[in-house]
Design a protein around this ligand. Structure first.
Ligand code: T4K
Length: 370
């Protein structure tokens, strides 16, 4: 066994000199946070990169999601997916809203529009789907349901930065989309996040919610929190954004190598590329079916013995968490429950060596029947 560890991801970082050059002016200005020059610059860089009019930056993706739910003044039930990271449901619950779980599609693991409509009632105020792994939700079908019932659509796009369909970025769909810029994401600002939104009137509200509800030097109109991105994180984002397309291109080669080794093997299910979608290759999920001959947990353990730390994103299902299991029944979302029990996300980052990809694939295939 070798001592080297291969983790599920590794943060992208710009050349050190580039970052130092970016932060050097801060030693002149002494302006460290509260919407300074780097913050303003990153907002405008993101508008250009994403092709959207409205962006608000946040200290992290989770706070961004909580803030947009609050700033929209939502009350009642929110239809969402249990197949996600804790943040998605926690944001709903922490804002005093009630999550209602709909099942996911078996091919790309995003919210199944056919499962949404029967859950809508007079208390429903919004749909909160997740572009999980960077797979785009069925945005037209979801918007259609929302329009018919007067619901808001807020996307958890934490995984979907850089994803485009027919040239249109994931940020363009619904009333708002939340992106995470956490260290583990395709594009990072160390910690950080953003909301892109349709109604420009939300901009002031979001900026005020993230700054204690302060609306003027002597006026505080809302009970807001503190969720501002600082200048050092914004500077990291400005640098990382310059290298993003190159990073995604490298991730693509890694994904293609995994695919060439694993696709078509009995019992191994991979997400299919979506038509017209330029992916960001954020994650590489593999689902192990019974015909593979080894369970997901057996594969996980065998990789661990080779120093490869894949992750079970997303297991357990959110509705099975200790804090939720008494309120929800995961058997009502059987597809999500099934995928959560069988999925493994393999190491995926721009500089992952092809020889390591080969070793990971060989280790997996050695566990299988064929
Ligand atoms: N919605 C969705 C769908 C999300 O996936 C997330 C976050 C959010 C909302 C909320 O966004 P944020 O508030 O986080 O911006 C990680 C991340 O902490 C979390 O951001 C992410 N989703 C989730 C899927 O993964 P952990 O607990 O698995 O992270 P951790 O510390 O085990 O790190 C995973 C691997 O990443 C490590 O093995 C190595 C690598 N790593 C990690 C860190 C912290 C680095 O290379 N550098 C680093 O600095 O949650």
């Amino acid at each position: 066994m070798n001592d080297r560890k291969i983790l599920v991801t590794r943060s992208s970082m710009p050349p050190l000199e580039e970052y130092v050059e970016e932060i050097a002016p801060i030693w002149e200005s002494h302006w460290l946070t509260n919407m300074g020059a780097e913050h303003r610059q990153l907002e405008s860089d993101l508008k250009r990169y994403l092709g959207v009019e409205n962006v608000a930056l946040f200290v992290n993706g989770h706070s961004a999601l909580e803030c947009v739910l609050e700033a929209m003044g939502l009350r009642g039930k929110v239809i969402t997916t249990p197949y996600s990271f804790a943040s998605t449901t926690h944001a709903i619950v922490r804002k005093g809203l009630t999550p209602v779980f709909a099942d996911i599609k078996p091919d790309d693991y995003t919210l199944d529009p056919e499962r949404i409509e029967s859950l809508v009632d007079e208390e429903t105020c919004a749909i909160l789907p997740v572009h999980v792994y960077g797979n785009l939700c069925d945005v037209e079908a979801i918007q259609d349901i929302a329009d018919r019932h007067g619901l808001k659509v807020i996307y958890d796009a934490a995984h979907a930065f850089g994803v485009r369909r027919d040239g249109v970025s994931a940020a363009a769909y619904g009333d708002a989309s939340m992106f995470s810029f956490h260290a583990t994401k395709v594009f990072n600002t160390i910690e950080g996040g953003a909301v892109c939104f349709r109604d420009p009137r939300l901009k002031d509200r979001l900026d005020q919610w993230k700054n204690f509800g302060i609306t003027g030097e002597e006026t505080v109109e809302f009970v807001g929190g503190n969720a501002k991105m600082n200048e050092f994180c914004a500077a990291m984002g400005i640098c990382n954004l310059r290298h993003l397309d190159e990073e995604i291109a490298k991730r693509r080669l890694v994904a293609e190598r995994y695919r060439s080794r694993l696709e078509g093997r009995a019992g191994i299910k991979l997400c299919l590329p979506q038509p017209g979608v330029a992916q960001n290759y954020a994650y590489f999920p593999v689902v192990f079916e019974d015909s593979f001959g080894a369970t997901r947990d057996e594969v996980f353990d065998s990789l661990g013995r080779r120093g490869v730390f894949a992750r079970k994103y997303f297991f357990p299902l959110i509705s099975d968490y200790d804090c939720y299991k008494d309120r929800f029944d995961s058997s009502e979302t059987p597809v999500a429950r099934e995928i959560a029990s069988r999925v493994l996300t393999l190491p995926m980052f721009a500089d992952l060596d092809m020889s390591d990809v080969d070793m990971i694939c060989s280790t997996i295939l050695a566990q299988g029947r064929s």
